[in-house]
Design a binder for this molecule. Sequence first.
Ligand code: IMP
Length: 412
Amino acid sequence: MNRIIMGGQWGDEGKGKIVDLLSKESNVVARYQGGANAGHTVYKDGNKIVLHQIPSGILQSDCFCVLGNGMVIDPVELSKEIQDLEKMGMPTDNIYISPSAHIVTPIHKGIDLKNESALSNKIGTTGKGIGPTYVDKYNRNGIRAIDIANSNLILKLYEKKYHASSLDESFSPNSEQAKLFFSCCDLISKYVRNVFPILHNSNNKILVEGAQGALLDIDHGTYPYVTSSNPTIGGISSGLGIPSSNFESIMGIFKAYVTRVGNGPFPTELHDEIGSKIQDIGKEFGATTGRPRRCGWFDAVAASYSIKLNGINEIVLTKLDILNSFDSIKVCTKYQNGDLVSDDYSEFMHNLDTVKPIYESLPGWQCDINDITSFDDLPENAKSYIHYLESILKTKIKIISIGPRRNQIIQL
Ligand code: IMP
């Protein structure tokens, strides 16, 4: 079976662990968008590994790991990721970079930071050069993975970009960071190879790994507080060259509450001690930037929008255990804006700043659930929370994650 795993909220839903778990049933794991702005945390033999560009399937040695054409690849960060995995004794020769993927240079990162510092209403980007690299792609003057094997060509393309930018000489082709960039291009060039036959071999079982989340989508998210790619389902056809009709399972990952890192509207955000308690217990700090994540109650209005937008037919609910100690748990079921009260996100999506969430309260279970292995053994109030979410989202919850370890999973 071919499967898609994507974030249903504003990213950081815990996709890495689920991809790692389900990649055992696949022999190809492919990313279709974004780049080193992502941070997917997985654990192997008790060691924590944070992957930024390499698909989380890398932990399965017999799995093809594809970095699709829709991604923007940072050679410096990728080299580091590869070296870290090699130090842990893990094979990396199963990495395949699409020749059509675009390349993030130090210049793109410099422009990203410069653009952000010039904004009065900051987006809060990760500073990884994502937006400027996609700008070049759409402006048709980008550098692609196919270009990096040729050291003369990459130097020429870099020089041209540097002269067109207004960045200082610390970005010049002779700078330390440019030299590091060129040597990393050389290092990763052996992984640049045709991915089409892998993605279109009907014997392969493909797992597609989304980065960020549906509400950060450039077209369907909270623009302009979004990333510059399409984490939603359309990004898969363009970012890998696979029609979405090839996938039977479209799995949406949702946290049992909501977090957001960076700026932008967030209707259920909690500015009180409950928000700080969730942040604290959930260790809600960005895997890529270390920034604290904003926290709030589960937003079923936004989640239903994500489900419709992507055709999500299975849900994975993560970090349920973070709610263990709360006596009451809220779920936002409608938004209100003036006289308008509705559960239809699309009615409010251009005025999210002014909406008021309307909540249902459910009783908490107030006990540890971290070592439970079957749904039947969960406390009644935890089961009721799950059933409530399923009924309001009209979608089956297939997996519940109750801790960071690989085996802290309940399959339904
Ligand atoms: P960019 O993707 O670095 O351009 O950042 C744009 C917005 O997306 C910012 O609000 C970031 O915090 C957010 N963002 C980017 N990548 C991630 C991610 O992997 N998880 C959560 N938020 C992200």
